[in-house]
Design a protein around this ligand. Structure first.
Ligand SMILES: [Zn+2]
Length: 215
């Protein structure tokens, strides 16, 4: 609409005679020009709001869930701020192609790797753990602790924005599952028997993560 305003004002200006002061006819045309612009402008405004309402009506729920806010981190683990990004949604066949069978089973089918079988339970290296599916930063090694469970354990995610907690009543247990905000990958569960300062234990599957040494 603002582009329209400029366009029409420019058009109006061209109606003025070259001496700079619009004559009677020019002034009349200028007024007509503005009136026309107002009509067009208002029509555009109404059309826009109708289009917006139609769009909202047809796409309401899915459209709002197609974007998510996550906190981005550098390879040094430094926050680069909150960004609005497209949610990653892929067909099952695409995930199967991208991931190992085990990673697919855990992240896309809410499976659990065998305790002590993963490569990160005993990883003490300094760095950042990211989602195996979409590379979103999930945990900093600074919050990793030795839980003795055979699964990599952390007392907090790198950002509360990057994970989602949801009730999980599978296997006759009441647990809180943790998944990746951006791609919905199942990562593991969180329990309230962790160490200080949070008292939480984010019990993750190694195969759902990708570790990158701090750079
Ligand atoms: Zn992810």
């Amino acid at each position: 609409m603002f582009k329209l305003i400029h366009l029409h004002l420019d058009e109006d200006r061209t109606m003025a005679p070259k001496n700079g002061r619009p004559g009677k006819r020019a002034t009349h045309e200028l007024t007509l020009g503005r009136r026309r612009f107002l009509t067009i402008g208002l029509t555009a405004l109404v059309a826009n709001s109708v289009a917006a309402r139609l769009l909202a009506a047809t796409q309401s729920a899915p459209a709002s869930s197609l974007e998510v806010s996550i906190e981005q981190f550098s390879s040094a683990g430094k926050s680069e701020g909150i960004v609005r990004v497209a949610k990653i949604v892929k067909a099952d066949a695409q995930w199967r192609t991208q991931l190992s069978a085990l990673a697919y089973g855990v992240t896309r089918r809410s499976g659990t790797e065998v305790a002590f079988s993963g490569e990160y339970a005993s990883n003490h290296a300094d760095g950042i753990y990211r989602c195996i599916c979409c590379d979103t930063a999930l945990y900093d090694s600074k919050t990793k602790f030795e839980s003795g469970t055979g699964w990599p354990s952390f007392w907090q995610p790198i950002s509360a924005m990057n994970v989602v907690k949801s009730a999980d009543s599978s296997l006759w247990m009441q647990r809180d599952a943790i998944s990746c905000r951006r791609c919905d990958a199942h990562l593991g569960h969180v329990f309230d028997d962790g160490p200080r300062p949070t008292g939480l234990r984010y019990c993750m599957n190694s195969v759902a993560l990708h570790f990158a040494p701090r750079a």
